[in-house]
Design a protein around this ligand. Structure first.
Ligand SMILES: Nc1ncnc2c1ncn2[C@@H]1O[C@H](COP(=O)(O)OP(=O)(O)OP(=O)(O)O)[C@@H](O)[C@H]1O
Length: 235
């Protein structure tokens, strides 16, 4: 059996001395989508930020492609094949779509080479290369965030609450794009979400996070059949 692409083992992490994540373990295989579900403040973004290297782990181990990357900086993780589409708006609003995408890769040559990757998943972004990012709709801005992650040809994308605030048609489009990234480009995805139906529509495996711990984990079918899932997400 091949080793998982990403392994998180007994990860404890947080801010200053306060732990937010407690003993979190998970795996993501190549070209698979794993969703972590949980309500506000449960530690989902902290998990992605710790894996990407923005937050230093207190203890535990993170391996990417068999290599120990625990505590590595975000630029190292990016070079190792990990991309992060954060929840915060990190686009340059006054720059064009093309310029925002160009910032995701090291050279102009690479930018031109990688555009077909973006086109395969988000053709609309290619139509809008000259448009200022700040004038895109909310859904299109989310597409641009994901495109900027995709253009670096990552092995795995960490995607933070991409469906938040989007209309159902846009959520469907984002779901289709994630499935294309998985099936046509072989990219693995670890996404954190509060949107149960969206997560169940794309994920191969689903985990439920509560107060910084994974409390339930299984295949999409196993968790869809679990009464606990909706109850955990209920306000
Ligand atoms: N930079 C920070 N400094 C201190 N505490 C923080 C920081 N960022 C997040 N926290 C705290 O960590 C806890 C988990 O936050 P986190 O953003 O990881 O949750 P979340 O599950 O992603 O929630 P949401 O869905 O609301 O984004 C919260 O109590 C939050 O206040």
């Amino acid at each position: 059996m091949s080793t998982p692409l990403l392994t998180v083992d007994a990860l404890t992490s947080g801010y200053d001395s306060a732990a937010v994540l407690h003993d979190v373990s998970l795996q993501v295989d190549r070209a698979r989508i794993v969703a972590i579900l949980g309500k506000n403040g449960m530690g989902k973004s902290t998990l992605l930020k710790t894996i990407m290297g923005f937050v230093r782990p207190i203890s535990g181990r993170i391996t990417l492609d068999g290599r120990d990357v625990t505590g590595a900086a975000p630029n190292f993780m990016a070079r190792a094949g990990m991309a992060h589409a954060p929840q915060e708006h990190t686009l340059f609003q006054d720059l064009t779509v093309g310029d925002n995408l160009r910032l995701g890769v090291a050279t102009d040559r690479l930018f031109r080479q990688c555009l077909p990757e973006v086109e395969a998943v988000f053709p609309r972004m290619i139509e809008r290369l000259g448009q200022r990012a700040g004038t895109l709709s909310g859904g299109e801005q989310k597409m641009l965030l994901m495109s900027r992650a995709l253009i670096a040809r990552p092995k795995i994308m960490l995607v933070d609450e991409i469906s938040e605030g989007l209309q159902p048609t846009m959520v469907d489009r984002i779901a289709q794009a994630l499935l294309r990234a998985r099936d046509e480009l072989g990219i693995a995805v670890l996404l954190v979400e509060q949107h149960l139906d969206f997560a169940l529509s794309v994920a191969d495996r689903v985990a439920m996070m509560k107060l910084g711990e994974i409390v339930e984990e299984g295949t999409r079918q196993e968790l869809a059949a679990s009464d606990g899932l909706a109850a955990h997400l209920a306000v």
